[in-house]
Design a protein around this ligand. Structure first.
Ligand code: PEP
Ligand code: MG
Length: 747
């Protein structure tokens, strides 16, 4: 619904009078919305909201009524940044009675947060004597008013010079999740405050539409230039073709007419092109807060990135941001093109309020080597541009305005780490061997072709897990056979003879393509992964054919995810063998293995081990099914431990069975969950008998460094003793850690 032009026209007249027209504004809005009350609250330092204008409440309350953020309905509206539409406000649990306002007689209330660039600057609320629910149109109107108010509050000083809105100056820590491990320290730059609209309202919608069209064109052009001029090693040179997997998805959105049409609709309602873009981008934000699927949320970040570019194009130019070298970028969300811009400007780290590790920004940040944390909600509201921050991506947190001591601790840690990394680098070309000479094969987990270059930077022996679905997710669709074959061939070329284990599509659960999501209560245990492949054999066969074509006669290794029964493995292998009979040249050698992620396989080991060429334990999923604990639930994140009796017993049993399989010839077993990249876990797995581990690139050198100092012969009996003697404990981490630290091992 588009805001009536009449209200906008009257607002414009009122605003034209200049100085702090809050009282008139309140009066006008009350009249337009046929409400007895309209009140405006402004944020004050110290997380306080102060009544700064009212029509309908006791005028004496202005300047006196103050609420804490989170207190009362107005405070709740500010704290949650959500519209509150309440027919019976006085019986709402959050209602806070303020006698000085004289608001007893008003039953219903509509409160809208006044936000600008991710910060809450205040709240505007209307109230009515009779209980009523406010219509969508009315909500729409009050939201437009809130948008205008945001400008007024931040330019007239009505917020007491507190443009920082709801925030404070004390040190704060925001817990989130690691996107790219590492530590970065620097002054913060806030993304989302660049644009200050000069004209919110416009008389001539046609002229605004023409400006919009021209800006869209300019933005598209700029985007092409940005992508073609992106940093070496990311979209040019040897990795060029591959990183386009991420950027392709972005281009698709740029070409999508849907959101531009929505902007045009808003322009028709009387807003300027800039205000309309900002309005639609705000709507996207609100919609996004409700979406839980991480992939779709990422697509919305791309859209917001686009909105920012469009605003810059409307302003006539799009200057590259300038930042102090090594600054930390703090954004609500971040699109890939934006990240390229900021990287070129010299940022040293990244914190994103809403981002997932598999998202576009995270994928590119990893490729650019920028330490990054995601999920640090509320940070943008609390930070001031230039504040000192620490991105501690190892612990998944952002420290805002850290105490001097805390900061210097991080500086020391950073220095120690550079020294350590220099030492690790020396290990890159050495094989991974324990102090007593046992060789352990360390492999990489990757999902995009561009990550294959990490083989050289880490000295990993090969790729133990190539997640084929990631490229498809980045591009937003399943590629056809020829495109898939080209991608896989590039991977094999880049691996240059080092082994690569391709895992077939593992879609579903948290990895959904748009439009592909059946409604399920428990998608992690639902119709996903190999189950989809077996039910849609044409899809799986196309992928298998592409893999065989890519190999072009070279050795090929394929592994199936989420296998729950031997029958499923056989069915999948039969599809692969059927394709292999057709494709020429046939691979020099075809190895077919299974992931062990579903516990049921443990009771089919005899049969399974007769059939498979290798097993790779997917500990991420295995643990979630073993402990019935959602791997994505932050509350359960550290509740169950790989270093615990049940998991170690299971793995021990698997290793023993695999050693004795095939008449004693044995079946190779590896582990490719994220746990393998953590030093204490890696050491324990090796102690248990694993001779091959596959992990994210960040783990390879630290694990290699640890193994180089590990006396495996001494550790094995210690591990057995710890397992025997620590019965009933939830975790064996502590005694294993103590043993390692006593020996000065770098765990
Ligand atoms: C696993 O489950 O451990 C695994 C490696 O697969 P993914 O993380 O892709 O589900
Ligand atoms: Mg898995």
């Amino acid at each position: 619904m588009v805001t009536p032009r009449r209200l906008l026209a009257r607002l414009r007249e009122t605003l034209a009078h200049g100085t702090a027209p809050l009282q008139e504004l309140a009066q006008l809005v009350a009249a337009e919305l046929v409400s007895e009350v309209c009140s405006i609250y402004a944020a004050r330092p110290g997380e306080i909201l102060e009544l700064v204008a009212t029509h309908g409440l006791n005028p004496q309350a202005v300047g006196r009524t103050r609420l804490r953020v989170g207190e009362g309905i107005v405070g709740l509206c500010a704290a949650t940044a959500k519209v509150m539409n309440l027919p019976d406000a006085q019986n709402h649990p959050a209602f806070a009675y303020r006698p000085e306002t004289g608001e007893e007689p008003f039953a219903s209330m509509l409160a809208v947060p006044v936000r600008r660039a991710g910060r809450t600057l205040g709240v505007v609320a209307v109230q009515n004597r009779n209980p009523r629910s406010y219509s969508e149109e009315e909500v729409d109107e009050l939201e437009t008013v809130a948008m205008l108010l945001a400008e007024v509050l931040s330019t007239t000083g009505a917020t007491d010079g507190a443009e920082e809105g709801v925030g404070a100056t004390v040190p704060r820590v925001f817990a989130g999740a690691a996107l790219v491990p590492g530590i970065a320290i620097g002054p913060v730059v806030l993304l989302g405050r660049r644009w200050r609209p000069l004209h919110l309202l416009a008389d001539d919608p046609d002229a605004e539409q023409a400006r919009l069209n021209e800006a869209v064109q300019r933005m598209q052009q700029g985007l092409d230039e940005l992508i073609s001029g992106a940093p070496d090693g990311l979209v040019s040179g040897a990795d060029g073709a591959a990183s386009r997997e991420v950027l392709d998805a972005y281009r698709l959105i740029a070409a999508d007419a849907g959101w531009v049409k929505r902007v045009s609709d808003v322009i028709r309602g009387g807003l300027s092109a800039e205000a309309a873009v900002q309005r639609v981008s705000g709507e996207l934000h609100d919609r996004m807060r409700r979406i839980t699927d991480p992939y779709l949320r990422e697509r919305l970040s791309d859209l917001e990135d686009m909105a920012g570019r469009l605003l810059a194009a409307l302003a006539g130019d799009a200057p590259r941001p300038t930042v102090p070298q090594g600054a930390i970028l703090l954004a609500r969300r971040l699109g890939p093109a934006e990240l390229l811009d900021w990287h070129a400007a010299g940022i040293g780290g990244l914190a994103v309020e809403e981002a997932s590790p598999a998202g576009h920004a995270a994928i590119l940040a990893r490729a650019l080597g920028l330490p990054a944390v995601g999920g640090v909600r509320g940070a943008l509201n609390a930070a001031e541009s230039g504040d000192e921050v620490v991105v501690d991506a190892d612990e998944g947190q952002l420290l805002l305005r850290p105490e001097v001591e805390v900061r210097s601790t991080y500086v020391r840690a950073l220095e120690a780490r550079s020294a350590q990394q220099a030492g690790w680098a020396a290990l890159r070309d050495k094989p991974a061997t324990t102090a007593d000479g046992a060789h352990i094969s360390l492999m990489l987990n990757v999902g995009l072709h561009m990550e294959v270059a990490q083989l050289d930077t880490t000295g990993a022996e090969g790729i133990g897990l190539y997640r084929t679905e990631i490229g498809m997710l980045a591009r937003g669709a399943i590629a056809d056979v020829a495109e898939q074959a080209a991608t896989y061939a590039r991977v094999l070329d880049a691996a240059a003879g080092r082994p690569v284990i391709f895992r077939t599509l593992d879609l579903g659960a948290d990895k959904l393509l748009p439009g592909d999501a059946p409604e399920e209560e428990n998608p992690a245990m639902g119709w996903r992964s190999l189950r989809i492949g077996l039910d849609r054999p044409a899809l799986l066969r196309r992928q298998l054919r592409a893999l065989l074509l890519a190999a072009g006669g070279r050795p090929l290794t394929v592994m199936f995810p989420m296998v729950a029964t031997v029958a499923e493995f056989r069915a999948a292998r039969a599809l692969l063998l059927a394709e292999a009979r057709r494709v020429r040249p046939a691979p020099e050698q075809l190895s077919i293995g299974t992931m062990l992620e579903v516990p049921a396989l443990m009771w089919q080991l005899d049969e399974l081990l007769r059939e498979v060429d290798f097993v790779s334990v997917g500990s991420n999923d295995l643990l979630q099914f073993l402990f019935a604990a959602d791997r994505g639930a932050p509350a359960l994140y550290s509740r169950y431990d790989l270093l615990s009796q049940p998991v170690l017993n299971l793995l021990d049993e698997l290793l023993t069975a695999a050693r004795g399989a095939k008449g004693g010839a044995g079946v190779p077993v590896s582990l490719c969950g994220e746990a393998a990249s953590r030093t204490l876990e890696a050491m324990t797995l090796v102690g248990l008998g694993f001779t091959s581990l596959s992990m994210p690139a960040t783990g390879i050198l630290p694990v290699k460094a640890l193994l180089a100092e590990l006396d495996l012969d001494a550790f094995r009996p210690v591990l057995s003793a710890i397992r025997r003697n620590t019965s009933g404990a939830a975790s064996l981490r502590e005694p294993i850690n103590v043993w390692a630290r006593e020996r000065g091992l770098p765990v």
